[in-house]
Design a protein around this ligand. Structure first.
Ligand SMILES: CC(C)(COP(=O)(O)OP(=O)(O)OC[C@H]1O[C@@H](n2cnc3c(N)ncnc32)[C@H](O)[C@@H]1OP(=O)(O)O)[C@@H](O)C(=O)NCCC(=O)NCCS
Length: 303
């Protein structure tokens, strides 16, 4: 099998890589690769505009017989990379790391180059590779995945009096949505006008589902909490991203309610599990349990 390295071509490759992620999803709670919605979320997230669309061409794609078998890429910033690999092509890791150092590293103070690499904590082979290349583990930064098993009948979803659940299909008020996201992620004041344009852009992602984007509406009509939900129907997997509650309405259960409502809807469509990239007590308290961690490894070198 001849394997060929080439640059990612956007938008032509967008769906192909997405399909590669769907195809390489591994049930059994050890998904090495990103779940497809994260790939989509990355492309439609406003942070990508700061990097510039031309940066996408630096992403490395490996193909075998015309099929994608590996991808190394950033998410929102240069110098921080993720590896997506078909299990039969794990031997490419070393080559992919070298590629990332050359094309996806970033300059730090003093003219040095640096690269941060995310490695699943169960991937001891990859840990050995990065360690032997001079990377050290950053102890206080890590990522993770947690899982929620969907049961039937679904657990009760409780709301405080006067609040109600609905989806953006019922009402898609971009101002209210911008406000709950802005305030919910602890930004001071009111959202700038361009946040509305950013929400529109995010909603234009091909698999964005307004009926799976849930809000709780407060008695005064504002959105008290918000949960974005994605459903990979091929793998019957729901993915939670993002979630926030306006600081005026925290610790009254509306964050839990939006997440559970989104998961419940995916469950009705056939999803068996929901994943979230977090182990916050908030998620654990509603029934998620941590699956595995993703450690950050870093290296600096003279350019
Ligand atoms: C995390 C967040 C969504 C929680 O929203 P919320 O509406 O306040 O959550 P709930 O009221 O449903 O909380 C349910 C339970 O989760 C746990 N919980 C919620 N917030 C918590 C916190 N800050 N610290 C510890 N436990 C917390 C508690 O067990 C809580 O039950 P309790 O209030 O009876 O103790 C909200 O704090 C937020 O928007 N934070 C900023 C954005 C963010 O971190 N989003 C999640 C990651 S994408």
């Amino acid at each position: 099998m001849s394997v060929r390295l080439r640059n990612y071509q956007h938008p032509a490759d967008f769906d192909h890589v997405g399909q590669f992620l769907v195809d390489t999803y591994q049930p059994g709670y050890r998904h090495d690769n990103w779940l497809q919605p994260r790939w989509e979320y990355m492309h439609y997230h406003p942070e990508l505009d700061k990097l510039g669309k031309s940066a996408l061409a630096k992403i490395g794609v490996w193909e075998s017989d015309g099929e994608i078998v590996a991808v190394v890429h950033f998410e929102h910033r240069m110098g921080e990379v993720y590896f997506q690999i078909h299990p039969d092509f794990a031997y490419l890791k070393h080559e992919m790391l070298e590629y990332a150092e050359t094309h996806l590293s970033a300059e730090v103070d003093g003219g040095q180059q640096h690269l941060n690499v995310f490695v699943n904590d169960f991937d001891t082979e990859f840990e050995s590779i990065v360690r032997s290349r001079g990377y050290r583990r950053v102890e206080d930064i890590s990522d993770c995945w947690s899982v929620f098993e969907i049961t039937h009948p679904f657990q009760p979803i409780n709301l405080p009096d006067g609040f109600r659940l609905q989806s953006l299909e019922d009402e898609n008020d971009l101002w209210k949505l911008s406000r709950v996201v802005h305030r919910g992620f602890n930004h001071p004041g009111e959202p700038p006008q361009d946040w509305l344009i950013q929400r529109e852009k995010m909603q234009s992602a091909p698999n964005y589902r307004k009926d799976l984007n849930i809000v709780t509406v407060a008695p005064n009509g504002s959105y008290a909490s918000y949960c974005g939900m994605w459903h990979d129907t091929a793998n019957r997997v729901a993915i939670v991203e993002p979630v926030c509650t306006d600081p005026d309405y925290r610790r009254i259960g509306v964050g839990t309610a939006v997440v559970l409502e989104g998961i419940r809807r995916c469950g009705q469509e056939g999803a068996t599990v929901a994943f979230v990239g977090s182990e916050q007590p908030f998620y654990l308290s509603m029934g998620f349990r941590k699956l595995f961690g993703i450690n950050l490894w870093t290296r600096k070198w003279e350019a």
